[in-house]
Each structure stands twice: as C-alpha cells, then as structure tokens.
Design a binder for this molecule. Structure first.
Ligand SMILES: Nc1ncnc2c1ncn2[C@@H]1O[C@H](COP(=O)(O)OP(=O)(O)O)[C@@H](O)[C@H]1O
Ligand SMILES: [Mg+2]
Length: 287
C-alpha cells in the first residue's frame, strides 16, 4: 500500500495543505485513500469534517504519536500529515511506513534552515538513504512578484534532494481549506496556473501511487479463436468506499473523546489479516 508522508520540523510550512491536497488527488483517481493525522492539532482531521460528502471520499485515520492503528481493510492508499518539531524516534517511525516523503519549504531563511535540518535527519535514515523511500521538497507560498522562487530554487540546488515544484501564494488555498475543499475540487478554469504547478509533483509521485504490477507469464495461445466476452463498465466510486464509510460513521473505530496528547482512546474492531486480503501493510503500521 503506497504511503506518502508530509514532513517538516517547522510549523506553518504547508504540511497540512500539501497532505490534504495529496489525499484529495488520490480520491479523485478512484483510490480508497485515508488521511492520517499524526499532528496533535489534527488540522487535516478537522478539514475532513468540513468536506462535502458528495466529493470523492477520504477516510480519516485517527492516529497519534503513540498509537499507530492497523490499516483498516479496503484502504489502498495513505497520506500522513505530521506535526512540526517531529524528529528522532517519531520521525523514524513515520519514515519506516512511508514510500515517499514530501517536505514543503517556504522561502525565508528560517524556513530554509529548518528544512535543511529536516532533510539532513531524513537522509541519515537507512530507508531514505537506500532510496526505498523517495524524498523531495516542494516550494510553498511563493509570491511571483518577488525573487522568493529563485532564492528557494538556488537553496534547493545546494541540497541532495530534488525540489519538484513550487506552489504560488494564493488565497485560493486558504479559502478552499476553510470549506473542506482543495484546488482539485474547483473548476479547471479557475486553477489552470496552479494545476501546472501541481503536475510535476503528481508526476514525481506517480510511480509510488500507481506502482507497475508485474505482468503475469503469458498463457499459451489458444488453438481456436475464443469468443470475446464484453464486460459491463463499472464506474469508479465517487463517494466513500465501504471501509472508509465504516470509519467515517464509526462502525469500525470509535473515538472516545478527544484528548490533546497522550493516548487516543480508540476502540478497534477486529479486522481481517491484511495478508488474507492481498494488501501489503507495512510492518510498523500493524501494531
Ligand atoms: N500556497 C499557499 N498560498 C497561501 N496560503 C497558503 C499556501 N499554502 C499554505 N497556506 C496557508 O499557510 C498556513 C500554514 O499552512 P499549513 O498547511 O497549516 O502548515 P503546517 O501544517 O506546516 O503548519 C495556512 O493558513 C494555509 O492556509
Ligand atoms: Mg499542520
């Protein structure tokens, strides 16, 4: 199961914005996606609560820094939003689960320094160093009237990590998030310039989101031509899938009161072993 994490030590760098957009993109592709909110502020969880149920569904994933829940059945993709200041063991634990990490970076010197420290720690982790977890940065909140974009690209060139795109500063992001939306949910004509900026990010993530499945060995050609059986077209689901629906409506997980930190009280119904379902669940997420 592809897991994308959004990481940066610095608060306000655009992690939740990026994570919400990535989850919405996965949902639009027809994936059964969960948005895991490791952030104690639970920003993306409250964003999800504002999201119109008629939009492509994204399931919440109530996890905190101490409890990492089992991935429920039916989920095929996960996006993890993480808190500022995350490092050490907690960071390593997220990296163990992730197939790709995006680090959003704003242009100020404080942002660049903080991102550099984040990258250094990430690059020292074996999963990243070996390339099993891909790593890239994304420039955030770039004001096109300033030299912020050039400054950030020059900084990125000094790192060992590619900066795959820069996203412009626009109130569209702020207004969308307030309404439980993303730019992907707006009419194409309204977000043309922004979609051009998103395309390199989505291209970079494509091998992770849509891994090429091994082609089964070719069967011997039949001696007689076989009649072709037409399969009825099955439209992609737009709303929540059953597993997501169960989560949203509390059938599988029940949150017993929100506590700011420490243990989240989560009642978990038994789920089928992932192996039986043919879903690969990272070892770390099975706890
Ligand atoms: N491209 C952008 N243009 C304008 N505002 C943005 C943009 N990206 C993020 N923001 C705003 O910046 C603030 C911080 O972003 P957020 O995603 O909450 O950061 P973090 O999760 O790292 O703390 C939010 O108010 C968000 O709406
Ligand atoms: Mg956040």
């Amino acid at each position: 199961m592809p897991v994308i994490a959004v990481v940066n030590r610095k608060g306000g760098s655009g992690k939740s914005t990026l994570a919400a957009h990535l989850a919405a993109w996965c949902a639009r592709q027809g994936h059964a996606v969960m948005l895991g909110d490791v952030d104690r502020q639970q920003s993306t969880r409250s964003w999800l609560r504002r999201r119109d149920p008629a939009l492509p569904g994204i399931a919440p994933w109530g996890i905190d820094q101490k409890n990492v829940l089992r991935v429920p059945t039916g989920i095929t993709h996960a996006v993890l939003d993480t808190p500022g200041g995350m490092h050490g063991f907690e960071l390593a634990r997220v990296v163990m689960a992730a197939d790709a990490i995006l680090v959003p970076v704003c242009h100020s010197v404080f942002d660049r320094d903080s991102a550099a420290a984040t990258l250094e720690e990430l690059l020292a982790l074996p999963r990243v160093a070996s390339g099993r977890c891909r790593l890239a940065t994304v420039g955030m909140r770039i004001d096109g009237r300033t030299r912020a974009g050039e400054t950030l690209k020059a900084w990125a060139a000094t790192t060992a990590v590619p900066m795959v795109s820069t996203l412009r500063e626009t109130q569209l992001y702020v207004k969308c998030l307030e309404r439980g939306l993303t730019l992907f949910d707006l009419p194409a004509a309204q977000v043309g310039a922004d979609m051009l900026q998103w395309q390199p990010i989505l291209d970079w993530l494509a091998p992770v989101l849509e891994p090429v499945r091994p082609v089964p060995a070719a069967a011997p050609a039949p001696l007689q031509p076989q009649p072709r059986v037409l399969q009825p077209h099955t439209p992609r689901p737009v709303a929540l899938r059953p597993a997501q629906d169960a989560l949203v409506h509390g059938a599988r997980l029940t949150m017993l009161g929100a506590r700011p930190m420490g243990k989240l009280a989560v009642v978990e119904e038994p789920t089928l072993p992932s192996a039986a379902l043919g879903v690969h669940v990272p070892q770390m997420l099975r706890r």
